[in-house]
Design a protein around this ligand. Sequence first.
Ligand SMILES: Cc1cc2nc3c(=O)[nH]c(=O)nc-3n(C[C@H](O)[C@H](O)[C@H](O)COP(=O)(O)OP(=O)(O)OC[C@H]3O[C@@H](n4cnc5c(N)ncnc54)[C@H](O)[C@@H]3O)c2cc1C
Length: 612
Amino acid sequence: MPSTPGDHWREMSNPQGRPTPPLEGLTQWPAKPDPLPASQQLNIGIIGGGVAGLYAALLLQREGHLVRIFEGTDRVGGRVYTHYFTQEENQYFEAGAMRIPDSKFHAITFDLIDYVQSLVPTDRAVDLIPYHLNSAGNDLFINGQRKPGVSVSSTTPAQLDWPDIPEKFNKSASTLLTDAISLFIDALENDFAKGIEQLLKFDNYSFRTYLMSVMEYPSSVVDFMETVLSQTNQYALSVPELVLESVDFSTKQWYTIDRGMSRLPNAMAYLVGYECITYGARVTGIRDTAKGVEVKAVGYNGALSAHFDRVIVAIPPAALKMIADRDRWPVDKEMAIRSMHFEAVYKMGLRFKTRFWERVGQNGPSEGGQSTTDLPIRWLVFPSNGIDTEGPGVLLVYAWMTDATTWLPLTPIERRSLALYCIAKLYDGLVDPESGKSIKVNDLLISSADAIWSSSTATGNAFLLPGQFKTRFEPARRPEGNVYFAGEHLSYHHTWISGALQSALYTVSLMLDDDTLPPLNSGDGKYPEANRLPWKGGLPRQGGLPVILGPRDHMEAVPKIKFSFSPTFEWTGGDEGKDNEQAYPLDLGMGVASALGPQVMSLRGPQAMERY
Ligand SMILES: Cc1cc2nc3c(=O)[nH]c(=O)nc-3n(C[C@H](O)[C@H](O)[C@H](O)COP(=O)(O)OP(=O)(O)OC[C@H]3O[C@@H](n4cnc5c(N)ncnc54)[C@H](O)[C@@H]3O)c2cc1C
C-alpha cells in the first residue's frame, strides 16, 4: 500500500511511464477502502472516448468496477477538441466545444471540473476563465445594414430595413423570442421534469410552425428572428430543441477552459488511467453472447475481440448505425439509431499577427463576444482568452446547419479565401491605432485551420426534428440486454458537454440500479449547492477526500478481461503475447487519416512569419 500521494501516483503510472508528480497539497494519501469483492465487480467495455465515455468510466471506477475504453482515433475528447497552432500561449482555437454557461443545467460540468482539479497534478490543471458571450464592439452586419451601438438581441426589423413587417411586430429580436417561449422557460426553471412534459406537447411542431400557427407571427418576422438570433433553417427543428437551447443562452455568466477545452478530456483520461484505454480501436462488432458482450475492434496494428459483463456504447448514432456486425434491436431502437437528426457544424480558426479586433472595429473594439452577419461566415467569434495580450491572436468563424453545409463543397483554399474576404469586409481599411496603419487582413494572416464535423461519424451535433423527442429519445437510451447507451444526443441538453455527462450518469445509474448515484463531485462546495441537480446521496469520502476505488487497480483490471488479438503481421514473438492478457494492445492504430474525427485542414498564409 503506498504511503504518500506521490508513491500512489507512481504506483499507478502506466507502463509507458507518463510523468507522475505528487498531488499538490497532499502529504498522506487516504487509506483506500477494500475493492469490491470480485463477485460484485463488473468488467465494462466502453465504446467511444468522448466526454460521455470518459465520464462513464470515471463513475464506474469510483463505484469499484473495471473499465476498458475503445477509442477509434488517436486522442480522447471527440467533439471537445482544441486545435493548437503552436505551443505558445493563446495560439489555439476551439474546433469543438468552447464555452460553458454557469447555470444549474451545467452544474454537472462544473462539478466534474472541480473533481478533476482536486485530483490531477498541476501540469494537468483544468482552470476556468470567463468567457465573454458578447462585448461592446461586436458588430451586427445584416442586409448590408450596420447599426453602431445596437446589440444583436435589441435590433428591431425596422433598424435592418426588413421588408413586410407589420408595425405591431416591430420589436427587438429577443422580445419576439421571449414573447413566444417564456411560458416554457419559466416552467423548465421551476420544475425541469414538469417543464419537459409541457414542452413535449408541442414536439410535433417545428419551431417555425409554432411561431407562425400558434403565435401567429408572419413569416417575415420569423425570418428576421432566425437570421439575427440563430442560423439558417434552425427553426425547422422541433419546438423542444429550440426552447431548451434558449434556456442555456439566457445565462449571464459563462466560462471556458484556460489553455484549451481539450485539457478536460485529457485530464479525465489521465484519471481513468491510460492502461484502461485502447486508442485507434474502431469498434466494428458488438454482440451480447452467453460469454458476455463481445466487442470487436480494428486498426492498422491488428484486430481485437474481448468479452465484457456490460458494454456502454458512447458514440453518436451515425457511428453506431455503421457497426453492422451486431444484434438487431427492437424496431423502435433501430429507427432511433437511423433517424435521430444531427446538423452540421463548421469552424475555422484564423491566426493573425496582431489582435487588431481588440483595438478597432466598425462598431468599436471587441474584447471577446461575437459579431453576427448574414455573410457566409455568419458568426465571427473573438477569443476570450489572452485579451489585451501582445502578439498573434486567433479569430474563429462559426457556422451551423445550412450555413455550415454550404462551406463543404469548397476546397480548403476556397474556404479560407472566402473567410478572409468576409473578415476583410468588416475590418479592411480601418486604421489600427497601435501601428497607425490601415488594416489588410490578408497581410496579417499567419495560418488557418478548419474543422468539418460533418465529415466525422458524429456528423455534427444532435438537433432533433419535430416529433423525435417523443418517438426516438426513450428507445434510443433504453438498454438492450447488457448493452447500454450514452452520448450527448441521449440527454435533454443536446450540443452541450453537460448533456453528454448527464447521459453517462443516467446510463451508469441504470446499470448499477441506483437512481441516487451522485455525479462526480469534489465535494468542496465551490459550486453553489442551489445550482446542483437534485441527486440524492453523497460522494463516499474518506479522510476528507473523495474515495476513488477503481482506477488505480489497473493491473487487476487488465487480466480479468478476456481478449484475443490478431496482429496485422504474423506474430514473431512466439506464443507469448498472442491471446495474452499482459499484451492487451493500447493502440490499434487508427489515428493517421482516420475515418473518424473531424477533417482538419491547416494552411499557411502568404505572409506567415514562422515555418513549422
Ligand atoms: C463545433 C462544436 C461546438 C460545440 N460547442 C459547445 C460548447 O461551446 N459548449 C458545450 O458544452 N458543448 C459544445 N459542443 C457539444 C459537445 O462538444 C458535445 O455535446 C460533446 O462533446 C459530445 O460528447 P460525446 O461523448 O457524447 O460524443 P463525442 O464527443 O462525439 O465522442 C464520441 C467518441 O467516440 C469515438 N467513436 C466514434 N465511433 C467509434 C467507433 N466505431 N469505435 C470507437 N470509437 C468511436 C469518436 O472518435 C469520439 O471520440 C460543441 C460541439 C461541436 C461539434
